[in-house]
Design a protein around this ligand. Structure first.
Ligand code: S3P
Length: 443
């Protein structure tokens, strides 16, 4: 189904529809949190279903360099499982050199909160993409709590942090809905004296609020407010990471676009803050449904079933819902390109500061398909075409962005012609086995 040239990967059309029942690798957001929270905790945590990807490995290496003992090994299903023994009340050790967060914004931003209460000095850095991403949104509230950053007020990595043993609790009005910002502040708040509260303009994913109590930290959370009261000692926990809804979204959209497909993805996180893409697809007329099974540490888990749907139509997604689809907008935009009429995603400015400028990349990619796509202010407009005939010989540049690589791969997989995707290997950031999993579902 794919061949790799020196710089591009050829993605061939699927020979048959996708069918059957499958699982996707562990949730990336929950995996990062399981590794980081276990490293912060007193005692040993037991983790299962942890995503084995470049991003999560960045978090694992980071906490190792800070003194946590990580004994996670590869399992037959491709996940990581085992134990993590944290530094607990001793605090992290001074690492020997800078911590390289590679491509992982979650590692860098959450670590800033993890390090805030400890009197060590740590330089955080990352790859070229991560060194362009905004960090002031995290350092600003942490500075109010007492952490110090060098150079002070610098927007991008590398940045050196020195923690503060006597952190102040704060109430902070976040300028954007960002779970990374919320989590960094709450993690620092675990050690601050008093109640730290984070108000958000719209609800972002709430894995931190759901998982901290598993480590002995009570949280209070409602739609746009989360708080912790510190100081609290964190204790090790047992976490079974469910499948990643954001990875599932690529299989769901592939099945939707490939005629005759019918697919079920089981044991996946059905957290409402993560399955906004299912709600958006429903509104576009897609035959997609979720079934709840259980909740692991209060994370709702279940299955998503989808059938290829011929008559999709455009829809408007208000800004309040963008945080729940923030990682899925590129692939939803591709679905919108195949739908009748206009789709509008309101208030998508955060897309400009992801692993790449995903807003510009979506406009450019859909333009290659011959789809009229434009941005007005912070809104993305896509004039879909249900009779879209994808041109032959398309070459897409993933720009090293995993979610763009998988989005453009779907053009080749579900269409009539193969496509070339440059730097397709970056899918290793979140879903290393993506193509193999798709191949395994061809019936
Ligand atoms: C994440 C939050 C989101 C998301 C990212 C993972 C997390 O980022 O895009 O892939 O694990 O908290 P923002 O918090 O910047 O929106």
């Amino acid at each position: 189904m794919s061949t790799e040239g020196s710089r591009t990967t050829t993605i061939m059309p699927l020979s048959s529809p996708l069918a059957g029942c499958t699982r996707v690798p562990g949730d990336k957001s929950i995996s990062h949190r399981a590794v980081l929270f276990s490293a912060m905790a007193e005692g040993t945590s037991h983790l299962e279903g942890v995503l084995d990807s470049a991003d999560v490995r960045a978090s694992i290496e980071a906490v190792r360099s800070l003194g946590a003992t990580v004994d996670l090994s590869e399992q037959p299903d491709g996940s990581l499982a085992g134990s993590v023994t944290g530094w607990g009340s001793h605090g992290p050790q001074q690492p020997e050199g800078p911590i390289d967060c590679h491509n992982s914004g979650t590692t860098a931003r959450l670590l800033m909160g993890v390090l805030a209460p400890w009197p060590i000095t740590v330089e955080l850095t990352g790859d070229r993409s991560l060194q362009k991403r905004p960090m002031r949104r995290i350092t600003a509230p942490l500075m109010k709590m007492g952490a110090r950053f060098e150079p002070a007020g610098k927007e991008t990595l590398p940045i050196t942090e020195t923690g503060c043993a006597a952190l102040r609790a704060i109430t902070y009005d976040a300028p954007m809905a960002s779970a990374q910002l919320k989590t960094a502040v709450l993690l620092a708040g675990v050690y601050a004296e008093g109640t730290t509260t984070l108000n958000e303009p719209a609800p972002s994913r709430n894995h931190t609020e759901l998982m901290l109590p598993e480590y002995g930290v009570p949280t209070t959370a409602s739609a746009r407010v989360a708080s912790v009261t510190g100081p609290v000692v964190m204790y090790g926990s047992d976490i079974d990471v469910p499948g990643d809804a954001s990875s599932a979204a690529f299989l769901v959209c592939a099945a939707l676009l490939k005629e005759g497909s019918e697919l079920t993805i089981e044991h996946v996180s059905l957290n409402a803050a993560r399955i906004g893409f299912v709600r958006t697809l429903e509104r576009m007329g897609a035959e997609v449904a979720v079934a709840y099974e259980s909740s692991e540490g209060k994370e709702p888990i279940g299955s998503i079933t989808v059938k290829s749907t011929a008559h999709l139509h455009g829809c408007e997604v208000p800004a309040q819902h963008i945080a729940s689809i923030v990682d899925e907008i590129p692939v939803l935009s591709l679905v919108a390109a195949h739908a009748r009429g206009l789709t509008v995603f309101r208030g998508v400015e955060e897309l400009r500061v992801k692993e790449t400028n995903r807003l510009a990349a979506v406009v450019e990619g859909l333009d290659r398909l011959g789809i009229d796509t434009w941005v007005e202010g912070d809104d993305l407009y896509i004039e879909g075409d249900p009779d879209l005939e994808v041109p032959a010989d398309l070459v897409f540049d993933s720009q090293g962005d995993h979610r763009l690589a998988m989005t453009w791969a779907l053009v080749g997989l579900t269409g009539e012609h193969s496509v070339e995707v440059a730097d397709f290997g970056c899918v290793a950031v979140s879903y290393p086995g993506f193509l193999k999993d798709v191949e395994g579902l061809v019936r």
